[in-house]
Each structure stands twice: as structure tokens, then as C-alpha cells.
Design a protein around this ligand. Structure first.
Ligand SMILES: [Zn+2]
Length: 324
């Protein structure tokens, strides 16, 4: 798996040279940047930063699982027609390498995960944990990297570059407030109940950033199946910790976590949005909404004191100048 990551990194290094040359061979019929994003979180991020100046195509759909995504035949065509791909990296999208190859290879790729310092990355049994979006502070770094990438892509189109610069500034303020809010909220849960038990190991960064213990039935990726042994271990842990609830996740089948809830008689809470934002008609259809919805579910199930995130500042992203 390690080799795969480096292969992509090498590929990125190889095509980095393409960035500089502005001889506009672009065949798009408008001035918008045409961006492919691998996950729904990145899709939202690109839309937040680029606004009407970008057209974003998400690969993994809402509720989908990016670990085991199977590229469709059409995806290679979409990638080939785009100006750039934005991906998470850190081995989340093991399928990206072949997709880029099928698309003809030469493509600028913005890897959000590269923004995070090597020492800050969590490793579980030697494998890098890719779920960096659950630490809002880390997501701010990813946001910075993606903004920088979009500005480079804009080249001498100053209108696009300026738009991205301004929306990045406004959006970063929102993320900073969200980060503080999550930390404050989690602290309202009495420490003995501060344990987050989920289906797969997606919440390590969340636990580290906000001070809550994290346990999961399955490992970092949903690629390997859990055993009854793993389930038994979690049941034991629930009893040991006297946990008030376990949480299902939107992108993982709830069967095993339901079994834990059934056998221990505790509440089955969730579903938490783990590797995807929520559907378009939900409050969780953006990254900020997703984090907010998750924290609300966690606070309520673990009996903290929930107080809604004041997202009135979100309007500052669209209507600049009136930010608090
Ligand atoms: Zn995951």
C-alpha cells in the first residue's frame, strides 16, 4: 500500500511541471475551472472556495464509501476533461492511481493530505490514518492547500484568483470558530462518558483534537471485514467503560454495531456522517453542517450540554464585508 502512495506522489511530481505553462490549450467553453473532487468533503470545499468560478464533479457520491469506491467507466473521461483533480491522499483513494492512468495520466493533482505535517499524522498498526477531515484544525490546513492549488490553476485570471483568496479568508474564519465550538462542546460531556464507539476507525483525529476516547469494531479502512472476535472486544469495552451509546455510521453497514447495542442493551445512536457529507436535503450537506450534525448527535447520546453552532457567520462566505 505504501508503494501505491509513493507512486502517486511521483506522478504528481512528474506532472508538477505542467502547472507553470499557461499556453491555454483548455478546450472548455467558459472561464470556469473544471475540478474533479474525490470525496464529498472535498467537493464541498472546492465549491466553497471557488463559488461560481468552478465547476466541481464529485466522484464518490453522497453516502458512498471512498475506501472501496469502484471507478465507473465514465470517471476516466470526466478526469481527462478536467483542469485538475483534488484528492485527500494518505491512501484513502487507493483506486486513484489507475483512474488517473486510464484518464491519460497528465493531470495536475492537488493532494489535501500533503498539507498536514508528517508528525501530526496518526498511524494505526503502521498504516497512516486518512480521516483528517475530523480535526477541523487539520481541515483548515487542507483548505489552505486547496485554495493555493486553485489560485495556481487560475494562472493570470485574476478574477478567479481574487475570488478564491477572499472566500478562503472568510471560510477559514468559519472553520476556526467551528474548531473552537467542537472543543467546547465535547468538554461538556462528563469525562467518564467521553467515549465514542463506532463501526470503523474514522474518528482518531477527532478524538485526538477534541479529547474524547475513540474505539471501533473495524480498522481504518472498511476493506477488511470485522470478525466476531472484534465485536466481542467492543462489547467488553462497552461494559468496562459503562458507555451510554454506540454509534452507527452513514457509509458503513450498521449490522455489527447494532449487534453490540442489542447485546449490551445500550442506545444505538447516529448515524454519524463518517466518510461523506449528508444528502442535499439535510443540514449536513456541507462539511460544516456534517461536523455540526455529528457533534450534536454525540453530545445528545453521551449526555453533554448541546448548544448549536452559530453558523450565521457562514453567510459571510457569500456576502463579504459583514463578517463579525
Ligand atoms: Zn473511513
Amino acid at each position: 500500500m505504501k508503494i501505491k502512495y509513493f507512486a502517486i506522489a511521483a506522478l504528481i511530481a512528474a506532472i508538477a511541471g505542467v502547472w507553470g505553462c499557461d499556453s491555454d490549450s483548455s478546450d472548455s467553453d467558459d472561464d470556469r475551472l473544471d475540478i474533479v473532487a474525490t470525496t464529498t468533503m472535498l467537493e464541498d470545499l472546492v465549491a466553497q472556495l471557488g463559488g461560481e468560478h468552478v465547476e466541481v464533479h464529485g466522484l464518490v457520491s453522497v453516502g458512498g464509501d471512498p475506501h472501496v469506491y469502484q471507478p465507473r467507466p465514465d470517471d476516466a473521461r470526466v478526469v481527462a476533461a478536467s483542469d485538475a483533480v483534488v484528492m485527500n491522499g494518505l491512501l484513502l483513494e487507493g483506486w486513484m492511481e489507475s483512474l488517473v492512468r486510464n484518464a491519460g495520466g497528465e493531470r495536475p493533482i492537488i493532494v489535501g493530505g500533503e498539507a498536514v505535517d508528517e508528525e501530526e499524522l496518526i498511524r494505526v498498526e503502521g498504516a497512516v490514518d486518512p480521516h483528517i477531515w475530523f480535526d477541523v484544525g487539520m481541515w483548515r490546513q487542507v483548505t489552505q492547500r486547496v485554495a493555493q492549488g486553485l489560485i495556481e490553476l487560475a494562472g493570470d485570471d485574476e478574477a478567479i484568483a481574487e475570488h478564491v483568496r477572499q472566500s478562503h479568508e472568510a471560510y477559514d474564519q468559519v472553520l476556526k470558530q467551528l474548531d473552537d465550538w467542537v472543543r467546547d462542546q465535547i468538554q461538556t460531556i462528563p469525562s467518564e462518558r467521553r467515549v465514542l464507539i463506532t463501526s470503523h476507525d474514522a474518528f482518531n483525529y477527532f478524538g485526538q483534537a477534541y479529547g474524547i476516547d475513540v474505539e471501533a469494531i473495524q480498522g481504518l479502512s472498511t476493506e477488511q471485514e470485522a470478525s466476531q472476535r472484534d465485536v466481542a472486544n467492543i462489547i467488553e469495552l462497552v461494559r468496562e467503560r459503562n458507555a451510554p451509546a454506540v454509534f452507527t455510521e452513514t457509509s458503513v453497514h450498521p449490522g455489527l454495531i447494532e449487534q453490540v447495542a442489542r447485546e449490551t442493551g445500550i442506545e444505538r445512536a447516529g448515524p454519524l456522517y463518517s466518510d461523506s457529507v449528508g444528502p442535499a436535503d439535510s443540514d449536513a450537506h456541507t462539511y460544516v453542517g456534517m461536523v455540526h450534525a455529528n457533534v450534536k448527535m454525540i453530545i445528545e447520546a453521551l449526555q453533554g450540554e448541546y448548544q448549536a453552532f452559530d453558523d450565521t457567520t457562514l453567510t459571510a462566505v457569500d456576502s463579504k464585508g459583514d463578517g463579525a
